[in-house]
Design a binder for this molecule. Structure first.
Ligand SMILES: [Zn+2]
Length: 199
């Protein structure tokens, strides 16, 4: 059964994509929803990471389809409900064009910060927008959350070290040429550091 993933290049989306590529023989399609603008470093760094993760996985695990989409309302935006809405729209649009895809796989994990009422609301919000886009054109997909009972550090530990090293998650990076440095202080950096320290 073909399935589609959203890949940001962070631990959660990279971890669940790696697991599915290794463990499940499904045809896999991957969407990276870009939010990069020339001066928006978090979006530029995220897209760079997603591409590096995709290249590594295709070379070291197995082939999959990789696409990038650029919803204009996301360009230069920090993570917000707008991002979740656009991801729901992007997946729905992709399924309308590829109606043989029946599953969406999301990397939400079981850590307390990923299981808040707001997190659950965002997941339902994204699913509902996807279903609304599909309505009349393709059956709404089933959404799977295979890592919903794992802690973020368990998702991190499951990945090979080279893949972990490519994961990127920082809301406030700095830039030197084509390289980005994480701030080390934002909530995403602290989550990554906690996962590393537990490994
Ligand atoms: Zn940071």
């Amino acid at each position: 059964m073909p399935e589609v993933h959203i890949l940001s290049g962070g631990i959660d989306s990279t971890g669940v994509l790696y697991r599915r590529l290794v463990e499940i023989p499904n045809e896999i399609h991957v969407l990276h929803v870009r939010r990069d603008a020339p001066t928006f470093l978090p979006g530029l760094a995220e897209t760079k990471a997603a591409r590096e993760v995709a290249v590594w996985l295709a070379k070291n695990v197995r082939a999959f389809r990789y696409h990038e989409v650029v919803p204009m309302q996301l360009v230069g935006k920090p993570c917000s409900n707008t991002v979740f809405a656009s991801c729901g729209f992007a997946i729905g649009d992709y399924i309308v064009r590829n109606p043989f895809i029946s599953k969406v796989v999301q990397g939400s994990n079981g850590s307390p910060e990923d299981q808040t009422p707001e997190s659950h609301f965002r997941n339902r919000y994204r699913e509902n927008i996807c279903a609304a886009v599909c309505d009349g054109y393709a059956p709404a997909p089933e959404w799977l959350y295979p890592h919903a009972t794992l802690l973020k550090r368990e998702v991190y530990q499951y990945m090979p070290p080279e893949l972990r090293a490519l994961c990127w998650t920082c809301a406030n990076p700095s830039r030197d040429g084509d390289r980005f440095a994480a701030c080390g202080a934002c909530s995403k950096c602290r989550e990554l550091q906690a996962a590393k320290e537990a490994t």
